[in-house]
Design a protein around this ligand. Structure first.
Ligand SMILES: Nc1ncnc2c1ncn2[C@@H]1O[C@H](COP(=O)(O)OP(=O)(O)OP(=O)(O)O)[C@@H](O)[C@H]1O
Length: 452
């Protein structure tokens, strides 16, 4: 079980001399800190795995794993913990070594209780400052995020309102929408509007990793649980404790992991790879998909029970072609975002906007951003004109018949891809079957035509 109390400063003392640990307990008896003691490094690592620790005082000389080694392990697995090394009197070399290894301070033995209290109080103040700082940062990020959430259409405004409402509850949310519509942007906005916003927003892309890696990436693993597991790892879920976990492309999640995800939602616990002990964790899950999960359930590729758990609240992010009013503000936003110098375009003509509004944007906002980025890199005019756009976004009527063969073939190819994607609701596997090309080839072409 993993214990934490976000409001209480927790302190770990590691020393092999039991009487020192007892006197630490006596000294800090009156302070409102959570105190943990360990008489060796193994014991300390065990406590660190199960409890949220904010600062640690570690004795340098201990039998078995010594203080420096323990410090290195902590800096790799728990880099946020402030460590003070307790060294022998006058042993500056060890103190310097500890600071190099990541300790924030050192204290020489034997120490006076008042010195120790002063040092620990200093750590406590640093911890408090850090918390306040994170809180402020998340408030700024929250404001900032909304400025970046561009959209003036009725659907975009409704979406913003709904996000604010959903942010306040702690339900699991399923975000559905075609590729590039802004599902991750919506998930981030929900997190920033939630009570969890001063904690982590962790993203797991369920498409990129293989099944075993995904399980270990999500739930962590114990040292030695598989070849190459040289050290234990907490995993993304535990790292997002008290925060939000965003599962991108959940439709791609392997069945075996879906079962574990269900357990996480129902029991609020996970089991790291190689461990028999479940750990409690408190994360809010937001999941996104551009697949039709109903169809995936029928074809037995997605668990129905998980679907019902995930979809306590669902949000449908509409495609760009259904909110054409957003094209103008989004374009202006991307022009500003990708402006590298004054010789580049700083506005867009009315004709260009009309051209853009007629195009179906199968790659949605991502495609729009990629197109604008490319124009910003290549164009030297001050205003973006229709001829700056690649085909098939812009097809000049007069020159259509005179286009070089290569260009017109490319335009046909792009149009065929756009059609296949629209027909299959952006399912690349099915689109590649319609087009009679491999999935990898389709992916290459999507990149070439800025559709991904
Ligand atoms: N409302 C918005 N305002 C400004 N930028 C946006 C908005 N929505 C999306 N974007 C931008 O469009 C791009 C695609 O957005 P995002 O990654 O959230 O889409 P997605 O639906 O999660 O895509 P995928 O299905 O491929 O994972 C990003 O660069 C994002 O910043």
């Amino acid at each position: 079980m993993y214990h934490r109390n976000p409001d209480k400063f927790s302190l770990l003392f590691v020393d092999d001399q039991k009487q020192i640990l007892s006197s630490m307990k006596r000294i800090f008896f009156d302070e409102d800190y959570s105190l943990y003691t360990a008489s060796d490094a193994e014991n300390a690592l065990d406590l660190l795995e199960k409890n949220e620790i904010h600062a640690a005082l570690i004795d340098l000389k201990m039998p078995g794993m010594d203080g420096q080694e323990l410090l290195k392990r902590m800096m790799s697995d728990y880099p946020q913990i402030m460590v003070v090394m307790v060294t022998g009197h006058g042993n500056i070399r060890d103190a310097v070594e500890a600071i190099k290894n990541g300790a924030v301070d050192f204290i020489e033995k034997p120490f006076m209780p008042e010195n120790l209290i002063a040092r620990v109080n200093q750590l406590y103040r640093l911890w408090k400052l850090d918390r306040e700082n994170n809180l402020l940062k998340s408030e700024i990020a929250c404001h900032f995020n909304y400025e970046k959430f561009i959209g003036i259409s009725t659907v975009a405004m409704e979406l913003k309102k709904f996000i604010t409402k959903v942010g306040r509850c702690d339900e699991t949310v399923l975000i559905q929408g075609e590729t590039g519509t802004g599902k991750e942007v919506v998930a981030k906005a929900i997190h920033h509007h939630s009570a969890r916003s001063d904690n982590r927003f962790a993203v797991v892309d369920c498409t990129t990793i293989n099944e075993n890696m995904l399980e270990s990436e999500l739930f962590g693993h114990l040292k030695g649980s598989f070849t190459g597991a040289y050290a234990s790892s907490r995993g993304v879920v535990m790292a997002a404790d008290r925060g939000t976990l965003f599962l991108d492309e959940i439709g791609e999640m392997p069945m075996s992991i879906q079962a574990k995800m269900l357990r996480l939602i129902q029991e609020k616990e996970i089991r790291p790879v190689g461990s028999d002990t479940p750990c409690k964790v408190d994360v809010r899950i937001l999941a996104a998909t551009n697949r039709d999960l109903g169809k995936e359930i029928k074809e037995k590729r997605f668990r129905e029970d998980l679907y019902y758990r995930l979809s306590a609240v669902t949000i449908n992010v509409p495609p760009l072609r259904k909110r054409v009013e957003d094209i103008h503000p989004l374009t202006e936003h991307f022009i500003k975002k990708h402006q590298t110098d004054f010789s580049k375009p700083d506005s867009i003509s009315r004709e260009s906007l009309r051209v853009m509004e007629k195009y179906p944007w199968p790659g949605n906002i991502r495609e729009l951003e990629n197109v604008i980025r490319r124009i910003m890199a290549l164009s030297s005019g001050k205003v973006i004109e229709p001829y700056d756009f690649p085909e098939p976004i812009y097809q000049p009527a007069s020159s259509a018949n005179m286009a070089p063969l290569e260009d017109s073939l490319e335009a046909y190819e792009k149009a065929a891809i756009v059609n296949a994607l629209a027909k299959t609701n952006n399912n690349r596997k099915e689109a590649s079957k319609i087009l009679n090309i491999g999935e990898a080839t389709l992916y290459r072409k999507l990149k070439k035509y800025l559709l991904t």
